[in-house]
Design a protein around this ligand. Structure first.
Ligand code: ZN
Ligand code: ZN
Length: 303
């Protein structure tokens, strides 16, 4: 079964049709399943065991196929060409991401960095999405999803347009200006040497907070080793505050990094309370559908 990306006829929205159903047999991410998964990268402990790793996603958002526009008058769609991977954040089946130490979260970030560097070189990759939530929907084990897209989701397209317009008009980065202004407002939460955490002026998601690097970096691949550790500490700090403030803890974390063909950007991370939507819908506004529109119509016609 091939996933398909369809563009809305009357808006910039994309929807993804994925008919691959998650299986509920055993835990595919525990070390006991090592033989059954296709590993792409790992970080090991001193005994040579993986502590964090990435594997090919058995329930992919995008998968390698031909990237061809299928156009029929009003209607535009593509095969959902790309690569999707799962980052297994810990060997420990019961541990949640926010319970990991800053050193362990740093390892997860290092896997993201490695996969971004590797995946962005591949054909037809326009954007790389990273989403993490603690809902354990596809696997009952703490994981994040990293996937490439052959198109720019509406949210990213708009962010890039705003960023470029502002740069053209004021010769400055809109996000560097936001950081400068927000550190003295009531939307400031905390900062450290390298990162600042604020709530956005207009929240798109419930209890949304944004993490920005203070330096103008377009992607987390530009962070030094120490800055990656500092980002891990920042994420741990805000998630600890989330778990104390909002019970039960249900959150999504979404990364906004520079798309492949854009010249510049200032990367940031959104953390918000999880809604009933998928994290991919929340973060990038791509609807994730298990039924195709034709299937919905068929069901409602009565078969
Ligand atoms: Zn497990
Ligand atoms: Zn900037």
């Amino acid at each position: 079964m091939q996933n398909e990306l369809r563009k809305s006829v009357d808006s910039e929205n994309w929807s993804l049709i994925s008919q691959i159903e998650p299986s509920s047999v055993g835990c595919a991410l525990c070390p006991v399943s090592d033989e059954k998964v296709e590993e792409t990268f790992r970080i090991e402990d001193e005994k040579g065991r993986w502590v964090t790793k990435s594997i090919v996603d058995p329930y992919p958002v995008t998968h390698p196929t031909s990237f061809k526009l299928k156009e029929n008058g009003l209607f535009q769609s593509y095969n959902a060409h790309g690569w999707s991977e799962i980052v297994v954040e810990t060997r420990d089946h019961s541990k949640e991401f926010h319970e990991l130490s800053s050193e362990e979260i740093k390892n997860v970030l290092l896997v993201y960095v490695n996969r971004i560097k590797e995946l962005r070189k591949r054909d037809g990759v326009l954007f790389i999405g990273i989403v993490k939530d603690n809902q354990r929907l596809e696997f009952d084990h703490s994981y994040s999803k990293i996937f490439t897209l052959p198109i720019l989701p509406r949210v990213i397209k708009e962010k890039i347009e705003k960023f470029e317009d502002y740069q053209y008009k004021y010769e400055k980065c809109i996000y560097c200006d936001i950081i400068e202004k927000e550190k003295d407002t009531s939307r400031f939460i905390f900062d450290n040497e390298h990162f600042i955490v604020i709530t956005p002026f207009s929240q798109n998601l419930p209890n949304q907070v944004l993490i920005f690097p203070k330096k103008h970096y377009s992607c987390l691949t530009q962070l030094s080793d120490y800055e990656i550790f500092s980002l891990a500490e920042t994420i741990k700090n805000i998630l600890t505050r989330f778990s104390a403030a909002f019970k039960p803890l249900k959150y999504s974390m979404v990364f906004y990094i520079k798309p492949n063909k854009s010249e510049d950007f200032h990367f940031h991370i959104s953390i918000s309370q999880k809604t009933f939507h998928s994290s991919i819908k929340e973060g990038y506004d791509i609807s994730f559908n298990r039924f195709s529109p034709e299937d919905t119509a068929k069901i409602l016609r009565g078969g």
